[in-house]
Structures are given as structure tokens and as C-alpha cells.
Ligand binder design. Structure first.
Ligand SMILES: Cc1ncc(C[n+]2csc(CCOP(=O)(O)OP(=O)(O)O)c2C)c(N)n1
Ligand SMILES: [Mg+2]
Length: 579
């Protein structure tokens, strides 16, 4: 229990919050100090917690969210009231959308003044605003309820489908005192915060029967599968059944991307051709074209391609959200996959029939052709550098350092990295996720380095980097082994747009030409490198990994190389007017 200079027998809101977090194994806070939580950050540090102090709350929130993804423990983001809270809110909503467990804890102003709208310092009804944007939201008014409040926040964040939770702590709470012994008793150590959810036996049987009927089966691994940390069973499911698989972006590395059953290089062939698809922690949202339309062999964008789906998901409501799910398998992913494996073993013994050879051969043909084409493109060495020649370097660096974590955002910088850079281990690729959101970069880097201690490499579009770029100071301050590589093509998508109005201003997608982002890093004592060739990029990245020094490499990319919105050009609305 905490001792405080004021009294041996009394405790207060500050200490109860810290004690409740620590009691539940939470040892890190990502946040930004100010009224009323400045002393909370100080005292948390005094009590042995790691307090990572950011330059903007959105980045602290993104850090908390990805820490939650990596550890299955809720990441904590701590902010001040109204503006700080709002800055953190985007990351809370993003965490919820991505099913990452995080808790946004914000201080808030005087309730009786806020509720009468009498104009308090940073007045805002934060609880009401947070509610629709997260999985659950709570407020604690009495010090004696802090234990319950934190316990409820933890359970809400990690149980069932994980997500963001908001916890509102009004300023007055922190100074409230109570007897230390009673305070201690009021705290709750949450038992089994994310209980396993075992799938029903008939649901497993239904899935098995459907799978047995498949002629062209396919497994789709989503980031839910990566979150589950059921790596060995997922690998066994793939390898025992012999079914080809596709990883979603953050599921890359769950099995090494070089695995012979990976169909990633034949994606546009396998999706329309597959007859039975097992979704493992992957939702049929826009990233999978909603399970229908031309991507899946349908005639138009609403047309079902005829696939039957087995969907493994912890949320029963996910089923039928876009197309019919013939075999819903509801439960936690680890339990579902192991139940399916057991069913496969018990019905087929050791002689499970592998998918028909013509299906595997057809995939291998496409895959090998596409990989050969890619190898040819990667071998070119154009001047200036383009995405491919730069990513050929990144690909080698990750291959040589498979424990390094790769953070990735941008449009072309994202799409090319995803398809070119192979991942070899689970949960090593962290990216823009479900929303395709810019701004996750530096927050994710900081949390990844803090949580794992491994080197972190960020591949950033120059626009994407700008959303969280000031956090390079934070990276330098905590001396984190982060190597930021900016793919600098002078703008959003490309650096070549012109002002359609013909005025002095540059086009909305164009930045300062030849910007030197490396100098930004030098300003804070980090290593800045200006790289114009693959060799220069390679040397700088190797040195960054070796030295573990905060490094920023300004990699100059041909400004004509990118395409509008990368791979999702088609989502841009087209004007009906000719001129
Ligand atoms: C928060 C947010 N704002 C805006 C966007 C729209 N957007 C998508 S990609 C992108 C930046 C692309 O440029 P860059 O990062 O330089 O990558 P490039 O294509 O040039 O490699 C933007 C602004 C977004 N996805 N998220
Ligand atoms: Mg760019």
C-alpha cells in the first residue's frame, strides 16, 4: 500500500487510482499532464509506473490502443479535461473500431458547474460525448468506488470483443481521502478479465461438415486472429488441413509470409474462386469488399459470389452483417480454432483429405507468376528511387531482423509496403487498421518500443508522418530504438498536382518540395539521414538497428511514382459535371 507524507493511515483518490491499476498488472500510462491529472502522472511515476508523456493526446491514445493489441491488457491513456479529452477521443474511437482494448482516463471539471453549464474551466459533459464512440463509459464520483470503476473499465475493455472504454474522473475525486485500510479493501483484482468463450459443439460440427464439402477452400486470417495469441493452433489449422490462406494486413506474420500455403500473391484469383471460406477473426467489412461483388466473383458490386462462409468471431452479432454466414462459430478465437482442430482430428483421424490438387496447383501457378514479376520489379534501380527500390531494402532489413516491429501508414507508402515486405512473426506489423487512419505512426512506434523492447521500423508516407511527427521529440526523450523512414514524395499520393484554379497556391495535395524531415530529428538529438539511393537507405537502416538510436531517414521517392489513394482509387467519388 502507498505511504504518503501526509498520513500513514489515510489514502486519497490519486493513490487509489494508481493502486487499482497496479493491482491489475497495469504498469504503464501513456498520457499528457495538466489540470487535474498532473499530480497523478507524478505520483504514478513515484509509485514505480512507467509514465510516457506525449506531445499530443491522440498519439498517447494510439500508443495505449496498440499496447492493448500487443499485450491483451488494456492500454491506458491519461488526459486532462475537455480539449485533452477530445484530442484523445479519436484514438478511443479508433481503438473501438479496431477491437483494441484501451481505457481513456480523463480528468473532468466540477460536476455541479458542468451540469448547470455555468462555465467551468474546461467545462464539458465528457461522459455523454464519449459514450457513442466507445464500448463502455463510466464515471467515478467517490474515492471508495475507484476500485469498482477501474475493474469495470478493465473488464469492458478486454472481455468479449475488445474495445475502447472511457473512464471519467472529476477533479474533486483525486483529493478525496479515506482510511487507507478501507481504501485497500475497496480495490478489486479482476479475476479472469477475458473469460474464454467455448463454441457450442453443434456449431463446431456444422463448420466441420461445411469444410469437408469444400472443393476450393480458403482460410482468411484477420487481426483478431493475431490478437488472440493462439499462434500455434492457428498454424496447426492451416498446416493440418493444407488449406491455402490469406492474411489481412495485421495478420501478416502469423505464419511467415513466405509459407508455401500463403495465397497472398494470388489474392485476386483465390477470392472469387474459393467455394468455402473460413474467416478467423476477420470481419467482412470494406477491406474484404463486404464478402460480395466482383472481388468475390459476383456480377456487380452488390452481387454475392456464391461462397459459403465459416466465421470464427467472438461476437454473435458479427454474423450475417454483410452476407449469409452458413456456419457461425462463435467464441474466442483460441477456443474455436482448437475445437475445430479437435473435430478434424477425431473425424478424420490423421488422414484429413487435403484440398483437391487442381485448386492448389492453380493457386501456385498464379502465385509463382506474380512473385516472379515482383522480383523483376524489385531488382530495378531507377533514379530517383521509387517505392519498389526503397521497399526492396526494407524487405531485406525485416528478413534479417524478424523480431523488429514494422509500423506503417500512408497511401502508396502503405499499400506497397504491405504487399512487398514479408513478415515472419506474429503481431510484428502494426498499421492504419480498419479505418485506414493517418496519425497512428509515432504513437504506435513509441508503444511498440516501450512494450516489446524490440527495434521498431516505421515506414511513413510524408503526409502520414505529419499527423504525429512532433512525437519524434518523445522518441528522442525516452531514447527509444525507433527508426522512422519517411517516403518523401513531396505530398499526399504524389507531389505533382497543379492548382486547378491557376493561382499562386500549390495544389491541396502538394507539400514543400525537397523537405528535409531528417533535420527535425536532429533538432532533438536523434540521428537524421537524408537518403537518395537504396544503398544509402540500407546503410542508414542497418546502422539504426545496430545502434538502437532514435533515427529518422528522409528517403527521397520519385514524386511521380504514386497513384491517387494508392489501391483504393475507386472509393473517390467522381464529379458528374464535365467542367
Ligand atoms: C485522419 C486522416 N485524415 C486524412 C486521411 C486521408 N488520407 C489517406 S492517405 C493520406 C496520405 C497519403 O499521403 P502519404 O502519407 O504521403 O503517402 P503516399 O501515398 O504519398 O506514399 C491521407 C491524407 C486519412 N486516411 N486519415
Ligand atoms: Mg507522400
Amino acid at each position: 500500500m502507498t505511504t504518503d507524507a501526509q498520513s500513514q493511515e489515510m489514502t486519497d483518490g490519486f493513490h487509489l487510482v494508481i493502486d487499482a491499476l497496479k493491482l491489475n498488472g497495469i504498469d504503464t500510462i501513456f498520457g499528457l499532464p495538466g489540470i487535474p491529472i498532473t499530480d497523478l502522472t507524478r505520483k504514478a511515476q513515484a509509485e514505480g509506473m512507467r509514465v510516457i508523456s506525449f506531445r499530443h493526446e491522440q498519439n498517447a491514445g494510439n500508443a495505449a490502443a496498440i499496447a492493448g493489441f500487443m499485450t491483451q491488457k488494456p492500454g491506458i491513456c491519461l488526459t486532462v479535461s475537455a480539449p485533452g479529452f477530445l484530442n484523445g477521443l479519436t484514438s478511443l474511437a479508433n481503438a473501438t473500431t479496431n477491437c483494441f482494448p484501451m481505457i481513456l482516463i480523463s480528468g473532468s471539471s466540477e460536476r455541479e458547474i458542468v451540469d448547470l453549464q455555468q462555465g467551468d474551466y474546461e467545462e464539458m459533459d465528457q461522459l455523454a460525448i464519449a459514450k457513442p464512440l466507445c464500448k463502455a463509459a463510466f464515471r467515478v464520483l467517490h474515492a471508495g468506488d475507484i476500485g469498482v470503476g477501474i475493474a469495470r473499465a478493465i473488464r469492458a475493455a478486454v472481455s468479449g470483443r475488445p474495445g475502447g472504454v472511457y473512464l471519467d474522473l472529476p477533479a474533486k475525486l483525486f483529493a478525496q481521502t479515506m482510511e487507507a485500510e478501507a481504501g485497500k479493501k475497496s480495490l478489486i483484482k479482476v479475476v479472469d478479465p477475458a473469460p474464454r468463450q467455448i463454441p457450442a459443439r453443434d456449431a463446431v460440427q456444422r463448420a466441420l461438415e461445411l469444410l469437408k464439402s469444400a472443393k476450393r477452400p480458403l482460410i482468411l486470417l484477420g487481426k483478431g486472429a493475431a490478437y488472440a495469441q493462439a499462434d500455434a493452433d492457428i498454424r496447426a489449422l492451416v498446416e493440418k488441413t493444407g488449406i491455402p490462406y490469406l492474411p489481412m494486413a495485421m495478420a501478416k506474420g502469423l505464419l511467415p509470409d513466405t509459407h508455401e500455403q500463403s495465397a497472398a500473391a494470388a489474392r485476386s484469383f483465390v477470392l472469387p474462386e474459393a467455394d468455402v471460406v473460413i474467416l478467423v477473426g476477420a470481419r467482412l467489412n470494406w477491406l474484404l469488399s463486404h464478402g460480395k461483388g466482383k472481388t468475390w466473383g459476383g456480377k456487380d458490386h452488390k452481387d454475392w459470389g456464391g461462397q459459403k462462409f465459416i466465421q470464427i468471431d467472438i461476437s454473435p452479432q458479427e454474423m450475417d452483417s454483410n452476407v449469409r454466414i452458413d456456419a457461425p462459430l462463435v467464441g474466442d478465437i483460441g477456443s474455436c480454432v482448437s475445437a475445430l482442430l479437435a473435430a478434424i482430428d477425431s473425424t478424420a483421424g490423421s488422414s484429413w483429405t487435403k484440398p483437391p490438387a487442381d485448386w492448389l496447383r492453380a493457386i501456385a501457378e498464379r502465385k509463382n507468376k506474380n512473385l516472379a514479376k515482383m522480383a523483376e520489379t524489385l531488382a530495378k534501380d531507377p533514379t530517383p528511387m521509387n517505392y519498389h527500390s526503397a521497399l526492396n531494402v526494407v524487405r531485406d532489413i525485416i528478413k534479417a531482423n524478424p523480431d523488429a516491429i514494422l509500423v506503417n501508414e500512408g497511401a502508396n507508402a502503405l499499400d506497397f509496403t504491405r504487399s512487398i515486405v514479408d513478415m515472419y512473426k506474429p503481431r510484428k506489423r502494426l498499421d492504419v487498421g480498419t479505418w485506414g487512419i493517418m496519425g497512428i505512426g509515432m504513437g504506435y512506434c513509441i508503444a511498440a518500443a516501450v512494450v516489446s523492447g524490440q527495434p521498431v521500423i516505421a515506414i511513413e508516407g510524408d503526409s502520414a508522418f505529419g499527423f504525429s511527427g512532433m512525437e519524434v521529440e518523445t522518441i528522442c526523450r525516452y531514447n527509444l530504438p525507433v527508426c522512422v523512414v519517411i517516403f518523401n514524395n513531396n505530398g499526399v499520393y504524389r507531389g505533382t498536382d497543379v492548382n486547378l484554379g491557376g493561382g499562386q497556391d500549390v495544389a491541396p495535395t502538394v507539400f514543400v518540395k525537397g523537405a528535409r524531415y531528417d533535420k527535425l530529428m536532429e533538432a532533438f538529438g536523434g540521428v537524421g539521414v537524408h537518403a537518395t539511393t537504396p544503398a544509402g537507405l540500407r546503410n542508414a537502416m542497418e546502422e539504426a538497428i545496430r545502434s538502437r538510436k532514435p533515427t529518422l531517414i528522409n528517403a527521397v521517392i520519385d514524386e511521380t511514382a504514386g497513384t491517387e489513394s494508392g489501391r483504393i482509387t475507386s472509393l473517390n467519388p467522381q464529379s458528374a459535371r464535365k467542367k
